[in-house]
Write a protein that binds this ligand. Sequence first.
Ligand code: DCP
Ligand code: MG
Length: 473
Amino acid sequence: MRAAPTILHLDMDAFFASVEQASKPSLRGKAVIVGGLGPRGVVATASYEARAFGVHSAMPMAQARRLAPNAAYLVPRFQLYRTISEQVMGLLRELSPLVEPLSLDEAFVDLEVAGAAWDETSARLVGGGLRADIRRVTGLTGSVGLAASKMLAKIASEQAKPDGLVVIEPGTERALLAPMSVRTLPGVGPATGDHLRRAGITTVGEMAEAGEDELVRLLGKAHGHALYAMALARDERSVVAERETKSVSVEDTYDVDIHDRVRVGVEVQRLAERCVRRLRGAGLSGRTIVLKVRRYDFSTLTRSETLRGPTDDPAVVREAAARLLELVDTTGGVRLLGVGVSGLADYTQEDLFAQAAGEGDGGPGLGEGDRDGEGGGEGAGAGDVGGVVEGAVGERRWMPGRDVRHAVYGHGWVQGSGVGRVTVRFETPGSSPGRVRTFLVDDPELVEADPLPLVAGGCGGAGGAGAVGGVLA
Ligand code: DCP
Ligand code: MG
């Protein structure tokens, strides 16, 4: 293991909820809960203010509503979270080529390879600078852990939360781990934790004392061996830049070379559709669209285009593939065509939330009612009357938290809807808390809108993802 704390772990604070608070001034300092709002929805995350009521990730939404009835309940806006995630990951890549993203808001960075840091002082400086950059570019806070291994760096960022930085000095790891729960170690889930507890082992120190043979006896050879090493704070796992390159692709070989350019275009569109079906079937989306063309003389070309964010939209993939085809000379004929999507993301939650929000009412209406319309109670509360609302199909699109634009009042967000009405709060990331107005759900002056950038001027130094609306770069 290295001798300096040069593995950095970043984890954004209450990520989805913090983005919502940054977008919606009236929610700052308030309990905000993001997740699926339907009857079987679960909490994706809660602001620290909401956590004070005991609300946490993966809790059933119904339970959260009982614990924090006055909180604001919002559906996730993944597109915006991804844009901000890209900005943050861009800042990490400025530090080192070895960045290992674990989720939208979390990554390891190896500071040593690039010479960004070599000892505790330089690592602290880099970590502090990163936190300042994240705040400048995104307006949000992230917590940083620095240690000589991945395991300890992650433990450090957990200790740093919220909005802090913790360095674990090499040599102090075992003493630090000893009193911690066995569940702190990667690879100890609820089942292993129970197993160990029944054997009288609840802390990492007790694990180390039990010895390798005992752990192997309890947990089996591979697991026991690995966990014993972890208990001694020995973690040699290196930071891996990209997850194994995965892609989803389809291709067709033609019995007879295709000469007709129009026919080639049609085939590419068909392959794009098939590729997206496969992508969706795997619950994936991807950022890079790849076109493969093998020509009559067996020369094979690939052309690719990287979008700003992952997509599983057939129209987006079709259009990208068509643009790529324009870059390829097919005179002489083609033998094979392929379309692929790589740069995959396994964000399937979006669909789950969409389902959760729409389910259970057997049809139109959201089940999300606005209890008291204008100027209601806590102000932030997207009220919930609990039941199914008789309403127009149009109500389905007015999900609490979504962006809207009104011809007269400008940009705002849906605070609640029900009984044919939608309540909108008009405010933007840079404004002061805005006021609420209620409209008929089919008011022609009210339309859905794209999220606004959190920081004025868009994207600071993160390598620039312009307006957050579109997908294409
Ligand atoms: N998330 C989710 N479902 C979960 C856990 C998390 O949808 N069961 C989403 C919402 C979170 C984001 O992933 O905002 C990041 O997860 P974290 O575990 O890092 O949690 P937070 O960033 O929300 O809070 P913390 O400050 O504890 O990191
Ligand atoms: Mg986080």
